[in-house]
Design a protein around this ligand. Structure first.
Ligand code: UDP
Length: 400
């Protein structure tokens, strides 16, 4: 791992980013701190100490004549920022020269134009969540004055324009939950799933097995809050009989559903496919259901108003994605942390209903588990309580 940190000119960025550089180095990552000679003089002794201790931070000095706090008058600040933009080219030249693309994954904190180099980029504002501007909270906007948008912070006060943040892979906030009670969560919801462009949602993670037009058309043809989305994890290897039991339960529900069937060489997908054909299940549910064999555009699906509930294995990403869109869960954890995620979502947050898994299915030991989740269990949780029982999105959507 090689992290390139590019602190903008203000101390408020430089100091925490040096701290971050130290933390990353302490974890064994290679770290480059790209800064200007003026700033480098301020931090070089700290960096030397880190290097003396056997860790590695490289200080990259990109020529630049001054520092933010040495700009002679406010009228020069706009020029300062224009000049700051000129650091992009030498920084890119450095990244190219060191062939950082070969050190994948590489993280650039607050870097400039990394897209064309194919390097993941995280933004660091140096602000707390509260002041980053919560859309539903007027106070930060009032405090910052009329030129500040919900999250957007105009240059020259901040170096990172809203578009750069929108296209970033993530945002780093130096804060802690207890301090910003409520704000951290709200900010997280506002930014963590910022894949607003349909294409971003569609292409997230992998190439989808269904084309965008087909899935959207299908979802749009369904009534609002009517579809059960089912996906049991990209690693689950449920035996055919268990999968089939699930299929029959979904069919028996009589409700529209999407069922993502993992397509992988490590379990016998083809055999299951044959079973589906032999039994005619796929044909019988054609009016009602969409079977996606392979990779589904999950986040695009979950974001649609026709989705009512999610039958999930409780992988954290899936749970988080669903809850971020106000979609409640029917939980069917398989192994590892999935059972804890079930406890969190059902018992603590109250946004899920258990299917009733009693013991985890050890990975690789699926045969022994047999058909642990029976049709009636699925029907009860999914159909009675989540889809028809008023426990679906109407109830939990408010939680969003
Ligand atoms: N995912 C997806 N389409 C699929 C399968 C998975 O987009 O067909 C994504 C899903 O949105 C989530 C991730 O892959 O972001 C799965 O992670 P999770 O932690 O939910 O479960 P895992 O598959 O790692 O057990």
């Amino acid at each position: 791992l090689h992290f390139v940190l590019v602190p903008p000119m203000a101390q408020g960025h430089l100091i925490p980013m040096v701290d971050m550089a130290k933390m990353l180095a302490a974890r064994g990552a290679l770290v480059t701190l790209a800064t200007t000679p003026c700033n480098a003089t301020r931090i070089s002794s700290t960096v030397d100490r880190v290097n003396d201790s056997g860790l590695s931070i490289t200080l990259l000095r990109i020529p630049f004549p001054c520092r933010f706090d040495t700009v002679p008058c406010p009228g020069m600040i706009a020029r300062f920022y224009r000049a700051f933009g000129m650091l992009q080219q030498p920084l890119e030249a450095y990244l190219e020269r060191h062939e950082l693309r070969h050190f994948r994954p590489v993280h650039v904190l607050d870097g400039s134009d990394c897209e064309k180099l194919g390097i993941p980029r995280l933004v660091f504002h140096g602000m707390c969540c509260f002041s980053a501007g919560l859309p539903q909270h007027p106070a930060p906007r009032r405090a910052l004055g009329p030129r500040v948008g919900p999250r957007g912070v105009p240059s020259p006060v901040y170096a990172c324009p809203a578009e750069a943040e929108d296209s970033a892979d993530g945002v780093v906030v130096n804060s802690f939950i207890e301090l910003e009670h409520g704000c951290a969560e709200a900010y997280d919801r506002a930014v963590s799933l910022r894949n607003e462009a349909k294409l971003d949602k569609f292409e997230r993670g992998n190439n989808s097995s269904i084309d965008e037009g087909t899935i959207l058309q299908w979802l749009e043809s369904m009534k609002p809050c009517s579809v059960l989305y089912t996906f049991l994890g990209s690693q689950s290897r449920l035996i055919l009989a268990q999968l089939y039991e699930l299929g029959r339960a979904l069919e028996a529900s009589g409700h529209p559903f999407i069922w993502v069937i993992r397509k992988s060489k490590d379990y016998n997908f083809l055999e299951f496919q044959r079973l589906l054909i032999k039994d005619d299940l796929e044909e019988r549910v054609r009016e009602l259901a969409l079977l996606i064999k392979g990779w589904a555009p999950q986040i695009l699906i979950l974001s649609q108003p026709s989705i009512k509930a999610f039958l999930t294995h409780c992988g954290w990403n899936s749970a988080l994605e669903a809850l971020s869109f106000g979609v409640p869960l029917a939980t069917w954890p398989l192994f590892a942390k999935q059972l804890l995620n079930e406890a969190l979502t059902v018992d603590v947050l109250g946004v899920g209903v258990r299917v009733g898994v009693r013991t985890p299915v050890r990975w690789g030991d699926e045969e022994r588990a047999g058909v642990a989740v029976r049709r009636d269990m699925i029907e009860k949780a999914v159909v009675e309580r989540t889809v028809t029982g008023g426990g679906g999105r109407e109830k939990w959507g408010k939680w969003r």
